[in-house]
Ligand binder design. Structure first.
Ligand SMILES: Nc1ncnc2c1ncn2[C@@H]1O[C@H](COP(=O)(O)OP(=O)(O)OP(=O)(O)O)[C@@H](O)[C@H]1O
Ligand SMILES: [Mg+2]
Length: 397
């Protein structure tokens, strides 16, 4: 049997920009968001091209693989894509058309209304410090990363919620070497702020250590824009290069206790872009877009369940403290796609997020009742009403 040789329908080259690995196809179209970061990084480090091959068993219908040696002639045939990282329109007319034509740069899989997206792009183009706010799992990080992709400037990513040592992340470390003695190695952040027109993502800033906020205070201040390498007065400072944009994300006003209350002075240094929690219709649209192979009536049920919990958590007499996030609905639908039914998927992905104490009066029981409503008859039942809830409770006890 001869093995059929597959040819890729698209070939990309990986370039490093800041700490990001961008993918460009032969027409100069940016494909970064279509390929996992690990795959891009390996291709860059291994100095090979990636090809897109049809792969019916995967959700997307294709997979990205190293283009084999026999394909190397393609490499020379590949037009050199002029990737000017400093691609910021300067004339006002250009700025206007860039901002107002930018909705097409929003990835289809990101649900964000046009005005908010344009405001985000505009803030980025104008070099504002941007803060994406909203509850957990509503797309803050996704929107911030999408902006970075759309702007096509050198970019850097720092997850401040994950670092316990802000000084070494933001400033650097002092080392000792037998030969050299004590020396200081500057952090990647120092490199980032010195890169003209860089877009610097400060993810989970609200969860950062207060030391991080203090260090960032002068960096973010439009009047100062410098980083001090040492607390001591008169110590060396590093100037933030021209055109640098900071994009931070924060979980503000949500239920997470790990989120420290952000300092007012720090918040004042940002232009706020609030991410909306999706409406039932938008949630349904997103799930249908992401999971075209899952029964759309079940997807509709998921959107309804999420919406009911969100409405409930906002009501005066709320029996649950938070609604189901879009992150959770997406995860849940991933389980549906993998053959779990709604009941099973809810049990593992939704229920553990709700407190079980208090038995029938617990948050978990309440959410279970909502889910059950959609599992029992397998259809997207109409909104349950007070009597029905009461009945369900009696049944449960
Ligand atoms: N508005 C949205 N549009 C599309 N997908 C979304 C949206 N919101 C959430 N998601 C889905 O949920 C996942 C998590 O989103 P993301 O990481 O951006 O949330 P977040 O707001 O940064 O949450 P956290 O506060 O926990 O950091 C995404 O990978 C995506 O699948
Ligand atoms: Mg996030």
């Amino acid at each position: 049997m001869t093995k059929q040789k597959l040819t890729p329908d698209c070939i990309v080259r990986i370039e490093k920009s800041g700490n990001r690995y961008n993918a460009w196809d032969t027409d100069g179209v940016k494909m970064t968001s279509k390929i996992t970061s690990g795959c891009r990084k390996n291709a860059y480090n291994g100095n090979y091209l990636l090809g897109r091959f049809p792969s019916p068993s995967t959700k997307s219908g294709f997979s990205w693989r190293k283009v084999s040696d026999t394909m190397t002639e393609t490499k020379t045939a590949t037009p050199v894509v002029e990737n000017s990282p400093i691609d910021i329109p300067s004339e006002h007319a250009e700025v206007l058309s860039f901002i107002h034509g930018s909705y097409s740069l929003k990835p289809k899989g990101l649900m964000m209304n046009e005005l908010k997206w344009k405001y985000l792009v505009r803030s980025g183009v104008r070099g504002k410090n941007i803060m994406m706010t909203g509850p957990a799992g509503c797309g803050k990080t996704m929107a911030a990363k999408s902006l970075v992709n759309a702007l096509d400037r050198p970019d850097y990513y720092f997850n401040l919620g994950a670092t316990q040592d802000p000084r070494s992340t933001l400033i650097g470390n002092t080392h000792f070497d037998q030969g050299k003695g004590t020396f200081f190695s500057k952090s990647l952040f120092v490199e980032a702020i010195q890169t003209p027109n860089a877009v610097i993502l400060l993810d989970e800033l609200s969860r950062a250590h207060p030391d991080a906020w203090n260090i960032l205070m002068t960096v973010l201040d439009y009047g100062q824009r410098y980083l001090r390498l040492d607390e001591a007065d008169g110590s060396e400072t590093i100037k933030v290069a021209d055109g640098v944009t900071f994009v931070a994300t924060a979980n503000i006003g949500n239920e997470y206790t790990s989120t420290r209350v952000m300092d007012k002075a720090l918040m004042d240094r940002f232009t706020i872009v609030e991410m909306d929690v999706l409406t039932e219709a938008d949630e349904n649209e997103l799930l249908n877009y992401m999971f075209p192979n899952v029964d759309s009536s079940v997807l509709m049920s998921v959107a309804k369940i999420a919406n009911l919990t969100r409405v409930e958590s906002k009501s005066d007499t709320a029996r649950i403290t938070s609604g189901i996030s879009t992150r959770t609905t997406v995860e849940l639908c991933g389980l549906l796609y993998d053959g779990f039914n709604l009941e099973e998927a809810s049990e593992v992905s939704i229920y553990p997020q709700y407190d079980n104490t208090g038995g029938v009066d617990s948050e978990r029981t309440f959410v279970k009742q909502i889910v059950q409503k959609f599992c029992d008859d397998g259809s997207s039942a109409d909104l349950f009403n007070e009597e029905e809830m009461a009945e369900a409770e009696v049944d449960n006890s």
